[in-house]
Design a protein around this ligand. Structure first.
Ligand code: MEV
Length: 316
């Protein structure tokens, strides 16, 4: 028996970083996925195969998940948790296949946590989306204790949401969202810690920025209701100013954003920043101008919104 689950990548359209401090954020799941399959074995171990390598841990030492290398830790945590309450398990093999680029702000780690939770639990007892989300956030916290939970939430439910709500936003205009990968890997935990320091040094300004972000998100929701792509784009650029102020941008990202601004309604960092990806709202007729605007080493692609979120099935 094989339990197969897949979960989508995500982009943050508005509100990254501030969401860690309690403001809302607008996120969307996109059409890149990670697929995880799990099967029982008789080996007395849990074996995890991913593009980052293979790890095999004996069932009796799963509880030491904190000692495992960070790229495997959430999966060992999840197997420990689920095997613990299912005493007869003699072994598991988990295989992770992903078309989500790693460490560039597209939610690869959250999508892996969500899909792995759904895949392993499928072998034992089907969980509700709510239960999958809760467990995948716990797993992600083993490597990133400060996570807001927003990324796992949109990977679980799919669509576009105004976090913390999981209700899907009906966007009335077609968003032509371009994603450009700066090819600079980043570390979300480090960027979030840097923002925590900014907050400690200037509580008053940080609180003003949180208020501005909340107001901006309200305006974006209204713009979407009014089918107003121009305002949506302007708000992206305004949000970028707040991200510049909390210092999660750099020269490479700024150059990419200013080039994209020539042919887009707005552009900004998506995710933690300090590298990773930027997104731009590009008019259809300008799409073919994009490659000439960007340095050759940057990867770009159009994102479609994924409406399904996590899905799972059992193969006998
Ligand atoms: C990372 O994709 C988004 C951050 O806001 C962190 C979080 O929400 O946990 C930077």
């Amino acid at each position: 028996m094989k339990s197969i689950a897949s979960a989508p990548a995500k982009i943050i359209l508005f509100g990254e970083h501030f969401v860690v401090h309690g403001t809302p954020a607008i996120l969307a799941a996109i059409d890149k996925r990670v697929t995880v399959s799990s099967t029982f074995t008789e080996n007395g171990t849990v074996k995890i195969n991913s593009e980052l390598g293979t790890l095999e841990v004996s069932i009796s030492s799963l509880y030491k998940y904190k000692e495992v290398k960070s790229e495997f830790r959430p999966f060992v945590y999840l197997t420990n948790k689920m095997i613990d309450s299912n005493q007869n398990v003699k072994g598991l093999e988990i295989t992770i296949n992903s078309d989500i680029p790693i460490g560039v702000g597209l939610g690869s780690s959250s999508a892996c946590c969500v899909a792995t939770t759904a895949s392993i639990s499928g072998l034992f007892k089907e969980l509700s989306s709510e239960e999958i989300l809760k467990m995948s956030i716990e797993a992600e916290k083993t490597i990133f204790p400060d996570t807001s939970g927003a990324d796992c939430t949109v990977c679980t439910y799919g669509g576009m949401i105004e976090y913390p709500s999981v209700e899907k936003i009906d966007n009335t205009f077609d968003l032509n969202l371009l994603i450009v990968n700066s090819m600079i890997p980043h570390n979300t935990k480090n960027s979030v810690e840097k923002v925590n320091k900014f907050k400690e040094n200037d509580e008053e300004r940080f609180s003003q920025l949180c208020d501005l972000e909340t107001k901006l998100i309200d305006e974006v929701i209204t713009a979407m209701k009014n089918n107003d792509a121009t305002t949506f784009g302007l708000k992206m650029s305004e949000n970028q100013k707040y991200l510049e102020e909390i210092q999660v941008s750099n020269d490479t990202l700024r150059d990419m954003i200013s080039s994209l601004n020539e042919i887009s309604l707005g552009s900004k960092i998506t995710g933690a920043g300090d590298g990773g990806c930027v997104i731009a709202l590009v008019k259809d007729e300008n799409m073919d101008k994009v490659p000439a605007l960007l340095p050759k080493d940057k990867e770009c692609f159009s994102a479609k919104i994924d409406t399904k979120g996590v899905v799972w099935k059992i193969e006998k």
